[in-house]
Design a protein around this ligand. Structure first.
Ligand SMILES: C[S@@+](CC[C@H](N)C(=O)[O-])C[C@H]1O[C@@H](n2cnc3c(N)ncnc32)[C@H](O)[C@@H]1O
Ligand SMILES: [Zn+2]
Length: 505
């Protein structure tokens, strides 16, 4: 069940996204776009004369980034991820393992906050893409991988002694089997139209499409129509009766077209309406399919536009100086395809808030997070400029009405039961809260680290390692219980009078 989000829309947090993500309710976000550091081994700083002045971040990684508490948590929550990171340490470098640890601990939270119908786009380049794909598979499940979108961000790049690197990758995953998907087509270019619709009549460009289907038929569709003997050609007549083009014909040329029953009647009606192309050469007629009815090209996993920013192209003032800024049009494509108006979009590495501005333009709700305090100011500047939100106090759509919430501290989750830790990060922490910090056997209140996990129905008797079959016990109780029942344990505790001196074990 999705929960209501505890963070209002139009909130921008400036702070480390790990803490902020841990304060967001589970399963309340519809779409996440993240454009994290790519492990470029560079530091980025905005030019001092730009809108983003002062914004900077380091994209340099070492073994120090494999923080022990993060590694422990990753191992506890996703053992596969833990092994993957260790593998990367051996096969690539300690620096890659440090980077992946930083990413994995945050992606764990992103997975948690995403609705089961939600989608996530992870933007990266080929420095770490192959390892990040593994991280995403381990977290979201390889079955929820949808696409690797390749974005051509520049027309050329001068890279000495190798091919110019002009491509970014966006991995698209869903959390569950039914993610939001809107078919957003792009109109065909003039060249594409000329190739796809080579003929022309007074109505416009068209192509002649086959009016027959494979195989012969003994019914009406196998009988000759006009001078054409379809059976002799080993085929049968077939003219669209349902679908988009049949609807187009009915709306524009032949009222009631889709009601016409017989195939010969349909062919006659098409012919009378001038919709059949009779070739002067060759013997076969074809249905005129007009370019006018073309729905455009479905989206492909290669994005060749919009291009990214370069030193010499600032896209009519869109560029803020944030060195890693992405074009609004790129974010708009993603948001249109994978969310609906009113949905809540999260960008945990929002930089100069491109995703937030795009979401606002498309009537979506949004939350942005960036570690750089400048992000909030740049967002406000961009909102005034690009969303034309006026500052005038007497204007009905004033800045005050719109004003985003700027926060630096994480929010408190509201989807947890009382007594639960604010941000439980492991099953053990959750159980500790549920058991009110006590051993389920001797019932003594104890620190978390002396309690161990016990399977209520032992694994050896078919019990499973799922939260409903787990409980926490002190070492003594666990040793006494072994593979036996809770009744046995309680009886033994009484017989042995162990409650008084259990701590000596
Ligand atoms: C590649 S940029 C994102 C650019 C953004 N898509 C845009 O269009 O402006 C990465 C951003 O991540 C931010 N960042 C780095 N580490 C972070 C962290 N731990 N928490 C939040 N933001 C972080 C940086 O300040 C930087 O703005
Ligand atoms: Zn105990």
């Amino acid at each position: 069940m999705p929960t209501a989000c505890n963070v209002p829309s139009r909130t921008i947090f400036t702070g480390d996204n790990l803490d902020i993500l841990r304060g967001i309710n589970s399963e309340c976000i519809d779409l996440i776009y993240l454009d994290p550091p790519f492990k470029s081994d560079q530091s980025y700083a905005a030019p001092l004369d730009s809108e983003a002045k002062g914004a900077e971040f380091d994209d340099v990684w070492t073994l120090d980034d494999m923080k022990e508490e993060w590694i422990d948590e990753i191992e506890y929550r996703r053992p596969a991820l833990f092994h993957l990171i260790n593998g990367a340490k051996l096969s690539h470098s300690e620096s890659m393992a440090g980077y992946l640890t930083f990413m994995a601990i945050r992606l764990l939270e992103m997975h948690r906050v995403l609705k089961t119908t939600g989608s996530i786009y992870l933007h990266c380049d080929d420095t770490a893409s192959h390892y990040l794909k593994g991280v995403m598979d381990a977290l979201f499940g390889s079955g929820n991988y949808i696409n690797n979108i390749v974005w051509k961000r520049a027309t050329s790049h001068n890279d000495p002694n190798r091919y110019g690197r002009i491509l970014d990758h966006l991995f698209l995953y869903s959390k569950g089997p039914n993610p939001c998907w809107n078919l957003v087509t792009t109109p065909k270019s003039d060249d594409e139209l000329l190739t796809a619709y080579p003929s022309k009549d007074e109505r416009g460009r068209y192509r002649s499409a086959d009016l027959t289907g494979a195989g012969t038929s003994n019914g009406e569709s196998g009988h000759p129509w006009k001078k054409y003997n379809v059976t002799a050609r080993g085929r049968h007549w077939s003219a669209p009766k349902t679908g988009q083009y049949a609807e187009y014909i009915e709306q524009n040329f032949i009222p009631g077209y889709r009601e016409i029953k017989g195939i010969h009647q349909r062919l006659d009606a098409l012919d009378q309406a001038g919709l059949i192309h009779h070739p002067t050469k060759g013997v076969w007629p074809g249905l005129k399919r007009y370019a006018d009815a073309d729905a455009g090209n479905p989206p492909q996993n290669l994005f060749v536009e919009p291009l990214g920013f370069t030193n010499y192209s600032t896209k009519g003032g869109e560029y803020t100086g944030w060195r890693t800024q992405k074009p609004l049009a790129l974010l708009e494509r993603i948001i249109k395809a994978s969310s609906n108006p009113g949905d809540l979009i999260l960008d945990p590495f929002c930089g100069c808030a491109t995703a937030c501005i795009a979401a606002e333009k498309l009537a979506r709700q949004w939350i942005g997070i960036d570690i750089a305090p400048q992000a909030a100011e740049v967002l406000k500047d961009r909102a005034k400029r690009e969303l034309q939100i006026p500052m005038a106090e007497d204007d009905s759509k004033s800045w005050e009405d719109w004003s985003p919430l700027i926060l630096t501290a994480p929010s408190q989750r509201t989807d947890l039961k009382p007594d639960f830790p604010a941000n439980p990060r492991s099953e053990k922490e959750l159980m500790y809260a549920t058991q009110k910090k006590r051993c389920v056997g001797c019932e003594h209140e104890l620190p978390l680290h002396v309690l161990t996990i016990d399977h209520i129905t032992p694994l050896s008797r078919g019990g499973q390692h799922v939260i409903s079959n787990l409980q926490l016990m002190c070492h003594t109780c666990n040793a006494i219980k072994g593979n036996r029942s809770m009744d046995y344990l309680r009886q033994q505790l009484q017989v042995r009078g162990i409650l008084a001196d259990y701590l000596s074990f």
